[in-house]
Design a protein around this ligand. Structure first.
Ligand SMILES: *Cc1c(COP(=O)(O)O)cnc(C)c1O
Length: 383
């Protein structure tokens, strides 16, 4: 049995590639899967030690506070103050999440009503669309075009769509395009949200995965952003903690309160010992983050330089651990990814999987061991 709600979700597009991958693996082909963004670098030792210490503390064996532990929310706020100069109240403007995906997935349900339109970047993280559909909302795709630096053209959204729109999702540094946004763009986005009565949800999952001296801004650095915006933070990518499930939401008090109210009725916050580890991660030395970025940067360079040697014309991204590559032939993204897999055993993600405007591109993730990326590059070079 399946609800109509679930039936409304878009079809899974990668069955064919999955089947091919499985068949090749069974034949003994050494598959190099670069299709998922999930750090291969272990969680830093001092963070694991803090988890363990938290696990031994009997106070953490009982329910955590619904909105997250005081220690974690204070650490989140002090991290934002330290790294972005943003001032927030840990009690009313920050909320622990069981990974940022959880908060993003609950946002439409907490803020909107059925029939409300949600402005969604395409290509984009698929959860924006699925969460909107599950809440009975209507997604409207804002294409992220190469000629606009993969930023949405807010001025081109039709008036009749804007009339019904209640929420806009943004995500910079961006998955899958690896594009970054300036603070000026964020200022325009905040003005746009204010002018059109929109809630602005900014997904900041890759805010700390940056290269070449680039520093990614928080949307909360824009004066007045707190009037309309909530920002979703993930510890997954910053501290190699995808398996521990921890993130937080920060920003507008009313939005934090609504999201908290919804969550009170669904979950009971992230594991307290994990929140202790997360608090330690955010308040101790950030050298581990700097080192992880160095590793990703080297892999990025190996990959981009090799693809350019083939004449593929790829730019080195300033952030995220993705490389977004325009398909050099006329093939569509699924056929092209399939061809790469068949000929080289390397798995990449077809852009179409991130929305219709992702067609024409494929995504590589460099969250895999350097020698595997070197081997993948070697095989693709002779494609
Ligand atoms: C990985 C990712 C997330 C989810 O992160 P979790 O905190 O692990 O749930 C959210 N948004 C984007 C764009 C991501 O790539």
């Amino acid at each position: 049995m399946q609800s109509e709600r679930l039936k409304r979700l878009p079809p899974y597009l990668f069955a064919e590639i999955d089947a091919k991958k499985r068949a090749m693996r069974e034949k003994g082909v050494d598959i190099i899967d670069l299709s998922i963004g999930d750090p291969d670098i272990p969680t830093p030792k001092h963070v694991i030690e803090a988890f363990c210490e938290g696990a031994h503390d009997a106070r953490n064996h009982r329910y955590p506070p619904y909105n997250g532990t005081q220690e974690f929310r204070e650490a989140a706020v002090s991290y934002l103050k330290e790294t972005k100069g943003v001032d927030l109240d840990p009690n009313s403007e920050a909320l622990t999440l069981i990974g940022s995906k959880e908060g993003i997935a609950h946002a439409p349900l907490a803020f909107l009503d059925p029939g409300d339109v949600v402005l969604i970047p395409s290509p984009g993280y698929p959860v924006y669309t699925t969460a909107s559909l599950l809440s009975g909302c209507v997604p409207y795709e804002m294409p992220l075009k190469k000629e606009n630096g993969f930023l949405p053209d807010l001025g081109s959204i039709p008036k009749d769509v804007l009339k019904k729109a209640k929420l806009i999702f943004l995500n910079y540094p961006n998955n899958p395009t690896a594009a970054v946004a300036t603070k000026d763009f964020f200022k325009d986005a905040v003005d746009f949200a204010k002018g059109n009565g929109l809630v602005l949800c900014h997904d900041a999952a890759y805010i700390d995965i940056v290269y070449d001296g680039y520093k990614a801004p928080s949307i909360l650095e824009v004066p007045g952003a707190k009037d309309v915006a909530v920002e979703f933070y993930s510890l997954s990518k910053t501290y190699n903690m995808t398996g521990w499930r921890l993130g937080f939401a920060a920003g507008n008090k009313g939005l934090i309160e609504s999201l908290g109210k919804l969550k009170t009725n669904i979950d009971s916050s992230a594991t307290a010992a994990v929140q202790h580890g997360g608090a330690v991660a955010m308040t101790s030395s950030q050298d581990c983050v700097v080192n992880a970025c160095k590793t990703y940067k080297n892999r990025r360079d190996v990959l981009v330089e090799a693809l350019n040697k083939k004449g593929w014309n790829v730019v080195k991204p300033k952030a995220t651990f993705y490389v977004w590559v325009e398909i050099p032939t006329k093939e569509d993204s699924r056929s092209f990814a399939s061809k790469i897999l068949e000929k080289t055993g390397v798995v990449v993600t077809p852009g179409l999987g991130f929305g219709s405007a992702g067609e024409g591109f494929i995504r590589f993730s460099v969250s895999y061991p350097t020698e595997r990326i070197e081997e993948a590059v070697h095989r693709i070079s002779s494609l």
